[in-house]
Design a protein around this ligand. Structure first.
Ligand code: UTP
Length: 410
């Protein structure tokens, strides 16, 4: 009786969103599988799929934002370093690794952090990041709390790997994992994909929901207990970035802003990076394809390009500000991706080309919800070696070359 009622509800929900086809193999499932599937459907927000054909919301008015540039940072670095080092020593700053992505462009079945970029020895991406953080630990004499966000898809492999490698020398008691939420994926007509006969295809819901996922996992208790006031969020794939960099932390605290963003000077006016700016007076990021010719040519008071600093996904967020905005809704981005799925005959297909849409919330929208942000310039050659692809631009190859230039043995 119970199951019938649940089934009626599920059917109504699927009909409402035009997704009844997902029950195609339902009769072939065991009782347990049926229960799990119905629960997944009821728990999944199907309204996101309705976004697939929708045009993105219009953007506001862009104006330049002031960036703290290298010369200013150099002049004040002792002052900033002291403020930042004190904040780390007092346990006020945590690091948070965004490692929930699928890394589809890199094409490895393992979590991206497990990728070995070494040539003469093993050098895993996770290892490079932790070694960078350990530089700060050695300098300051205190290890920040390290949160690691994984997803349902890569959590077990990530946790097992880091445990086996003894966290590459990071104190285990300072490491806390949590899983991010998932979103359904659909084909180009907005029909949900199945990844098993009794399971909707889902993918991690983007890199913006990390704070609400952290709260859902109960880890905000650590934040309160340890008195963490700032969280340095960073991507898994930049193997050169400085994490919990005392100078960056000090400059952000000193500027009395809600967030700091590491940025690099653009290599060319049309470089494909998101650029820091103000949008309707609030901090924001304009994508390279949204930059008008006028914006590309605009100059600041020194005669330098006014939109000249690209983000590298290394941000310092003020916890107080995150608490204020955590329940606000964020825009969804529709992203074209390769989505493994079951065809009508129940055959599992792993596509080699993009075959549909995933739905993601992006950290750049989080920035726009904050009142203030300090863009902080770092040297690209020293701090920006992202690994997105196996070869070519932003690849294992280009990152190896940058590591070599920085004297890192691979
Ligand atoms: P990317 O935008 O490069 O996405 O992530 P990705 O999923 O890792 O890679 P592709 O596009 O499939 O090749 C930038 C950062 O955000 C994290 C990633 O792990 C990476 O550190 N991320 C991304 C998440 O933590 N969760 C997500 O849902 C998406």
């Amino acid at each position: 009786m119970e199951e019938n009622m649940e089934m009626t509800e599920v059917k109504q929900k699927l009909e409402k969103y035009g997704q009844s086809h997902v029950l195609r193999f339902y009769d072939e499932l065991s009782e347990n599988e049926k229960q799990d599937f119905l629960k997944q459907i009821m728990d999944t927000d199907l309204s996101v799929v309705a976004q697939y054909g929708k045009k993105a919301d219009a953007r506001g008015e862009f104006t330049p934002i002031r960036t703290m540039q290298k010369d200013e940072i150099e002049t004040r670095q002792d002052e900033f370093r002291k403020i930042g080092a004190d904040a780390i020593r007092e346990g006020k700053t945590a690091a948070l690794l965004l490692a929930g992505g699928m890394g589809t462009r890199l094409g490895s079945d393992n979590p991206k952090g497990m990728y070995n970029i070494g040539l003469t020895k093993e050098v895993f991406i996770f290892q490079r990041l932790i070694e960078n953080l350990l530089d700060v630990v050695n300098e300051v004499g205190s290890a920040p709390r390290l949160f690691i966000m994984t997803s349902e898809k890569n959590n077990d492999a990530t946790v097992a790997f880091l445990k086996e490698k003894k966290y590459f020398g990071y104190p285990e008691e300072k490491v806390s994992f949590f899983k991010q939420e998932m979103a359904p994926a659909c084909d180009y007509d907005g029909h949900l994909y199945l990844e098993e006969k009794g399971k909707l295809a889902t993918s991690p819901n983007g890199n913006a929901g990390w704070y609400s996922s952290l709260i859902k996992a109960g880890l905000d208790e650590i934040i309160r207990k340890e008195g963490i006031e700032w969280v340095n969020v960073f991507a898994v794939d930049n193997v050169l970035q400085r994490i919990c960099d005392p100078c960056f932390i000090g400059a952000t605290i000193d500027a009395q802003v809600e967030c700091g963003a590491k940025v690099v000077r653009k290599a060319a006016p049309d470089e494909k990076v998101g650029v820091m700016c103000l949008e309707d007076g609030r901090p924001s990021i304009v994508e390279y394809y949204e930059l008008s010719d006028e914006m590309m040519e605009a100059k600041d008071e020194k005669g330098e390009p006014a939109y000249n600093f690209g983000v590298i996904l290394n941000y310092l967020f003020k916890v107080e500000a995150l608490d204020r905005i955590v329940r606000q809704s964020m825009p969804l981005h529709v992203v074209e991706k390769k989505i493994p799925y079951l065809d009508e005959n129940g055959n599992f297909i792993k596509p080699t080309e993009p075959n549909g849409y995933k739905f993601e919330q992006l950290v750049l929208d989080l920035i726009h919800m904050l009142d203030s942000c300090l863009p902080y310039e770092v040297e690209r050659e020293k701090e920006f070696a992202p690994i997105k692809n196996p070869t070519g631009v932003d690849s294992v190859e280009s990152a190896r070359e940058l590591c070599r230039k920085n004297g890192i043995e691979l």
